[in-house]
Design a binder for this molecule. Structure first.
Ligand SMILES: Nc1ncnc2c1ncn2[C@@H]1O[C@H](COP(=O)(O)OP(=O)(O)O)[C@@H](O)[C@H]1O
Ligand SMILES: [Mg+2]
Length: 251
């Protein structure tokens, strides 16, 4: 099933940079879709379009559609708060709030009006288990999040996006600040999570996409060059530029 359908999406920033050119892409539910390509290709811009985070950026012109469950989220009338609950995001730098581990997770729910302790407790446990962090922190939820290691902080950020029960999770180079062990934990968690969620990731490198992605989209200078199942893109891409990128001829 297509969870996200992107139609003729183009974006120009105010400084004139054309960062997305006529992107068409169908993103399936319960899969991991990876956006790969060299820096500046438009991956982060594309991710931010999915939950309208570009509303905060200096964007001059957007055309086309981003249909999520059939609804165009670029429509100015949509409920952006509800959209951002449905489409969570994890960034590359693990930046928990300067609160306890527990409060980092309950903050968003409390803002949304949830006060029942049992509901909050349950949400905290559920999201920490999904992010594969529960076993390491269950006996110290009252500790400041700043006491966690980098890898634990990033799993906390992942848990924080899960606590609001999204349907789609966006991850923008979530392991770029992590060591290989911490990276593997996040990757394992994502492979589990795709059973319940739609996952869209700009991976740290092409190897990471190869390990976890079902579908791969190759972005180059704002254009979607090629999109398809990972094994096809990685073994017999149709476009020479994809081939050159995958084989490390440019980076
Ligand atoms: N907020 C912004 N304002 C102006 N230009 C931007 C902004 N964000 C990104 N860009 C430009 O858009 C292009 C795509 O950037 P980005 O989406 O960050 O690519 P990637 O994530 O693939 O590295 C780049 O040329 C970048 O400089
Ligand atoms: Mg980026």
């Amino acid at each position: 099933m297509d969870k996200i359908v992107v139609e003729n999406l183009s974006l120009k920033y105010s400084d004139g940079t054309e960062s997305l050119f006529n992107i068409n892409m169908n993103i399936k539910a319960n899969l991991i879709t990876a956006l790969i390509g060299p820096a500046g290709g438009g991956k982060s811009t594309f991710l931010r379009m999915m939950n309208r985070l570009n509303d905060l950026a200096d964007v001059k012109e957007v055309t086309g559609k981003v249909l999520i469950d059939g609804e165009n989220v670029l429509d100015p009338d949509i409920d952006v708060i509800a959209l951002r609950r449905k489409v969570g995001i994890v960034f590359s730098r693990p930046l928990p709030l300067p609160l306890t581990i527990y409060q980092n997770l309950t903050y968003g729910l409390e803002l949304a009006g949830e006060k029942r302790r049992s509901v909050l407790d349950e949400a905290v446990e559920r999201s920490l288990k999904l992010a594969e962090l529960w076993d390491e922190v269950s006996d110290r939820l009252k500790d400041p999040a700043s006491a966690l290691s980098g890898g634990q902080k990033q799993r906390l950020c992942l848990a924080r996006s899960l606590v609001l029960e999204p349907e789609i999770i966006l991850l923008d180079e979530p392991t770029s600040a992590l060591d290989p062990v911490a990276t593997a934990k996040i990757e394992n968690s994502l492979v589990e999570l795709k059973k319940q969620y739609t996952i869209l990731i700009a991976p740290h490198n092409t190897q990471q996409a190869g390990r976890i992605a079902d579908d791969v989209a190759f972005f180059l200078q704002g254009k979607l060059i090629e999109f398809g199942p990972t094994e096809i893109i990685y073994t017999r891409p149709t476009d020479q530029r994809t081939q050159d990128y995958i084989t490390g001829k440019f980076g």
